[in-house]
Ligand binder design. Structure first.
Ligand SMILES: *Cc1c(COP(=O)(O)O)cnc(C)c1O
Length: 379
């Protein structure tokens, strides 16, 4: 029961969040974004849970990530949207993956489709302002024309038009309005060119939760499906979401030390008084950012900030009680919970993100393969 270290993934929480997002997005459908191993939660189990809960699309960045879903027997529509000239478009078309396309990929995909004698399913991506992937507006008409030509040749089917939002997590910013306007214009150009657009998709989690005008036909839910808030000023609870990942371990050593004892590399911390230290066997090798000193670890329902440097394998908490190592109060072997939904008094992912100067997305996504995932269905 009490495992050495594990990321416990609650699939009931994933399903709850998908239901919640479906409700918010309706009548738009939900695409469950499971790139980067499902933001660290495990792509295949999360994809299955999301589909069970009524998500109808899956989204990934890389073709390889889509192929992993297919290899697991998942046959729902999957869109993969980030490619390089070395991407294996042939395997993608062969596996029936939908491909997000920003420009140069079109010819390579058409070539793959020709070879396989199977039309590729593509979603054309317009850059409405983000400045990353996507076709810039001045090339859009030409790009659409090329895609339509390939479609008429029977080499592809233009299934979707999509774009990605840049600042929707900051709900006051006006640039999202501009992005929505440009997106509508791009869709109009495609329709004028004779494209029968099945799905228009623009919204990410912040768009889903704060901007109904970004919903269109399908919304792409990432961080919110994992139960985390995309906003600085709203918690998971505020949004009706349940964090799906709990990161836990057990105390590996408990010992009494005198006042002014140094802790961990560089002696960045010295004990203020005689105290007891607890050793937490997780570190940056497990994906905990080294910079996150001060991050809270819950032991027996009480939270202790990490003191001193976080190392590759371990970090230390100061129990602020003197001389308990050899007593019944010793915490050796006690569960230590870094973050989770809060059921055991543990911190949120957001608090660890604050300690690390980053966002909740990064904290969960970086939990390394060294930490075994354990799947539960409610608790
Ligand atoms: C990662 C990603 C998403 C999901 O974003 P969240 O903010 O996690 O919901 C949606 N669309 C694209 C194109 C992405 O790359």
């Amino acid at each position: 029961m009490n495992s050495e270290r594990e990321a416990v993934i609650d699939l009931a929480a994933i399903r709850h969040n998908v239901h919640r997002l479906r409700q918010v997005a309706a009548p738009a459908k939900v695409m469950a974004v499971v790139k980067a191993n499902g933001y660290g939660h495990g792509a295949v189990p999360v994809a299955r849970a999301a589909l069970d809960a009524g998500a109808t699309w899956l989204g990934v960045a890389h073709i390889d990530e889509g192929l992993e879903l297919r290899a697991a027997g998942i046959d729902a529509p999957v869109v993969a949207w980030l490619h390089t000239p070395a991407s294996d478009f042939e395997s993608a078309v062969d596996a029936g993956l939908d491909l997000g396309v920003s420009g140069w990929e079109l010819d390579q995909i058409a070539e793959a489709a020709r070879k396989l004698a199977r039309p590729a399913r593509v979603h054309l991506k317009i850059d409405t302002g983000l400045g990353r992937n996507g076709c810039p507006p001045q090339l859009w008409e030409n790009f659409i024309g090329q895609a339509v030509a390939y479609q008429e040749e029977g080499l592809m089917r233009v299934v979707g038009i999509f774009s990605h939002l840049a600042v929707a997590d900051e709900t006051e910013r006006p640039e999202t309005d501009d992005q929505v306007d440009r997106f509508r214009e791009a869709v109009a150009v495609a329709e004028d060119a004779g494209v029968d657009v099945e799905v228009r998709h623009l919204a990410n989690s912040p768009g889903i939760l704060s901007r109904p005008d970004t919903h269109f036909d399908v919304v792409r839910a990432g961080v919110s499906m994992y139960g985390l808030s995309p906003f600085d000023d709203q918690t998971s609870t505020d949004l009706g979401l349940r964090p799906a990942m709990t990161l836990r371990t057990m105390i590996a050593h408990c010992k009494d030390v005198p006042a002014a004892h140094g802790v961990s590399y560089g002696f960045k911390y010295r004990t203020a008084a005689a105290t007891t230290l607890g050793l937490v066997p997780l570190g940056y090798g497990d994906g905990i950012p080294r910079i996150a000193t001060g991050g809270p670890v819950a032991v027996d329902g009480r939270r202790y900030p990490v003191v001193g440097r976080i190392a590759m394998d371990q970090m230390v908490i100061d129990l602020e009680r003197e001389g308990i190592a050899a007593t019944d109060e010793s915490v050796l072997g006690r569960p230590a919970v870094l973050f989770g939904p809060g059921d055991e008094g543990e911190a949120s992912v957001d608090e660890w993100a604050a300690a690390a100067g980053t966002i909740n997305y990064e904290i969960v996504t970086r939990i390394s393969p060294r930490v075994p995932r354990r799947y539960v269905d409610g608790v």
